[in-house]
Design a protein around this ligand. Structure first.
Ligand SMILES: [Zn+2]
Ligand SMILES: [Zn+2]
Length: 212
């Protein structure tokens, strides 16, 4: 003969794990039940006074402990869910194993979600983070402006004729070469004129010489 069992399930506020254990109806009627988490940090108790069950439930949602009074029928027949007074969510389930297991899994997911939402940085860190964000944005604008300036300088350097620190040597050589060419040209012109003058002198001498 198979003994009739009731399953108790709750979320341990100490370790965050689900606790699920079965107790026989016989044992419950005789001495109630204590369902302890494997971590030893929490325990659910059900005390039977002959008429009703006095339940003490560690709450994995708010971290506190809740008490409830349930009728004998509620605990021994069907399924019952106890709500957390703080979060208004179910934090404890008593009933057939399948139903308790399913609800516990949902409770675990809910608790995970709430924990994730709680991981918000304190306000003063958020304020500092926002200040850094603003400074970062301002620095980004300044950097972009400076990059444009540098690019513009390169363009000016590449296109202008003025000597700069980057091209002064070739510019100077170019300039001296240019001067040298100019000098040579002038020299050539002067020579031309001298020769022309010489020729004219010779020409003027010519007639003189012919006059002689
Ligand atoms: Zn635990
Ligand atoms: Zn609670």
């Amino acid at each position: 003969m198979r003994e009739e069992m009731r399953t108790f399930g709750y979320l341990c506020p100490k370790c965050g794990k689900t606790v699920m254990k079965a107790r026989s109806v016989f044992a419950l009627e005789a001495s109630g039940a204590e369902v302890e988490c494997d971590c030893g940090g929490s325990a659910l108790t059900a005390v039977f006074d002959g008429e009703r069950y006095q339940l003490t439930v560690p709450c994995g949602l708010c971290g506190g402990t809740h008490t409830a009074v349930c009728s004998r029928e509620q605990v021994l027949e069907g399924a019952v869910a106890l709500a957390c007074a703080e979060t208004k969510q179910f934090c404890c389930f008593i009933g057939p194993e399948g139903i308790v297991e399913k609800n516990l899994r949902e409770l675990e997911i809910l608790a995970e979600k709430e924990k994730r939402q709680e991981i918000n940085l304190p306000a003063k860190y958020m304020a500092r983070l926002n200040a850094y964000r603003k400074r970062y944005r301002a620095a980004l604008v300044v950097c972009a402006f400076l990059i444009v300036c540098v690019a513009a300088m390169f363009v000016i350097t590449a296109t202008s004729d003025n000597a700069t620190i980057l091209n002064y040597e070739s510019k100077l050589i170019d300039r001296y070469e240019h001067w040298e060419e100019e000098l040579k040209e002038r020299e050539a012109k002067v020579r031309e004129r001298e020769e022309a003058a010489g020729i004219s002198v010779q020409n003027s001498h010519g007639p003189e010489s012919t006059q002689e």
